[in-house]
Design a protein around this ligand. Structure first.
Ligand code: C2E
Ligand code: CA
Ligand code: CA
Length: 413
């Protein structure tokens, strides 16, 4: 064979051709080979899928109408498999009915070449797709080099990242505080600091939307430090004013715990704010410590040695394991809201909660119920011996001013 001409995007790129018409299949394969591509071919959708999974081609060119597994089914299967989801697919379709095109586009087809087509049309579509793919791959590599372990972010995520950076720069975040109330005696025992990102329309970007984006990058370290500094300054101010929740809890993410500067940073921030470390609690989730339990335990022990107290957040979701309780230096266990919701209606939820409360008490942990919304839930929690409640029944997360007003009223009934 004559050496393949080195066309841009062609050299060595692997194209899988799926076409049930043997004459057309051979013609397309020969033509693309002559243009410098590496070509494999399959006679139907099922064989095409098997070949695609086994060989991970750079591009699939597929007929739409085929017996058994047709082009649309093939595409759906490819998109449903993480290994093949990003492989571009070009459809060859005899009757490009609007409905056909729409179905294919909905499934994520990248292009359509109507049959009968000229060689140049097919080549143009193939080249364009491969070029797009190369650009995406190059961008992906650039980002991977900057931050190992990351996936290529989509556009919305990039916008959020830029927004978070701007909010940090402009000091646009705020903290709201949600009271924690002793179930016996209804006294304020603390507050959880929850980050708020005000939007122009007066609402807030929900933390559940932007915290995961910050957590996917090192941005969470800056956000986390902002939260720690702001909460510590608030505790110090409250201490001066004599109206204070006994402690303020701050949510801490996995990457913060993993950062070498976490413990020195805590020490520095507490010294700068002039706050007693015993007034600040760090909330970690099982998910955030499970990645490297030994290291997390060591870091949390160091924090505790500095005087901070430690709470295990969202207990009862995902990774819940009694082993974690034993290995971590903990002061408080926060029962997840999902537990609390079920309690009045489910005997099973009650008996699990009862066992957890008893065991936590034997380990001298304070047990906090999250998301307490109703008197019925509160009654069950009281009966189980749960120590502290947090939830809309007592108060939503509120501003500093509102918190101070509520403290003056001293009414947590
Ligand atoms: P979380 O730590 O479990 O915080 C409790 C969430 O439950 C808060 O949502 C709070 O507003 C909500 N909540 C409290 N009481 C009730 C209730 O009675 N009913 C219901 N349905 N919900 C209640 P928020 O403020 O939207 O925060 C969501 C999550 O975002 C937090 O869950 C936490 O994982 C994360 N987050 C918030 N602030 C920070 C932060 O400063 N740093 C980090 N790393 N994560 C944060
Ligand atoms: Ca929390
Ligand atoms: Ca929680």
């Amino acid at each position: 064979m004559v050496p393949a001409p080195m066309q841009d995007g062609a050299a060595g790129r692997h194209v899988l051709v799926v076409e049930d018409d043997p004459g057309l299949r051979t013609a397309i394969a020969r033509f693309l080979e002559n243009e410098g591509f590496r070509v494999s071919a399959a006679a139907d959708g099922r064989a095409g899928l098997a070949l695609a999974v086994a060989s991970l081609p750079d591009l699939v060119v597929s007929d739409v109408a085929m017996p058994h597994v047709d082009g649309h089914q093939l595409l759906a299967e490819l998109r449903g498999n993480p290994a093949t989801e990003a492989i571009p697919v070009i459809f060859l379709s005899a009757r490009t009915s609007d409905a056909d095109v729409r179905t294919g586009m909905d499934l994520g087809a990248d292009d359509y070449v109507p049959k009968p087509f000229r060689k140049a049309d097919l080549l143009r579509a193939v080249r364009a797709r491969l070029k797009r793919r190369e650009a995406t791959e190059a961008e992906f590599r650039r980002r991977m080099e900057r931050q190992p372990g990351a996936r290529p972010p989509d556009e919305g995520q990039q916008r959020l990242e830029a927004g978070i950076r701007a909010a940090l720069r402009d000091d646009a975040f705020a903290l709201h505080y949600q009271p924690k109330v002793a179930i016996r005696g209804r006294l304020l025992v603390g507050a959880e600091a929850l980050i708020r990102w005000p939007r122009a329309d007066g609402g807030f970007v929900p933390p559940a939307e932007f915290i995961p984006v910050a957590e996917a990058t090192d941005l969470i370290i800056d956000v986390g430090n902002w939260v720690l500094r702001c909460a510590m300054l608030q505790v110090a101010a409250w201490e001066k004013g004599g109206i204070e929740p006994p402690h303020v809890a701050v949510n801490v993410s996995a990457r913060q715990l993993e950062s070498a500067d976490f413990i020195p940073g805590l020490q520095r921030l507490a010294a700068e704010a002039g706050v007693a470390t015993g007034r600040v609690q760090l909330e970690v989730t099982e998910t955030s410590v499970a990645r490297d339990m030994a290291r997390a335990a060591a870091v949390l022990t160091a924090a505790r040695d500095l005087g901070f107290t430690i709470a295990l957040d969202d207990f009862g979701t995902g990774y819940s394991s009694l082993g974690h309780l034993n290995r971590l230096p903990l002061d408080e266990l926060k029962l997840d809201r999902s537990f609390v919701v079920d309690m009045p209606v489910s005997a099973r939820a009650r008996s699990i909660a009862r066992a957890v409360v008893e065991m936590a008490h034997r380990m001298e942990l304070v047990v906090v119920a999250e998301g307490v919304e109703t008197r019925e839930q509160l009654a069950v929690l009281e009966e189980l011996g749960c120590d502290v409640g947090q939830g809309y029944l007592f108060s939503k997360p509120i501003t500093v001013d509102e918190m101070e007003a509520r403290c003056r009223l001293a009414d947590w009934g």
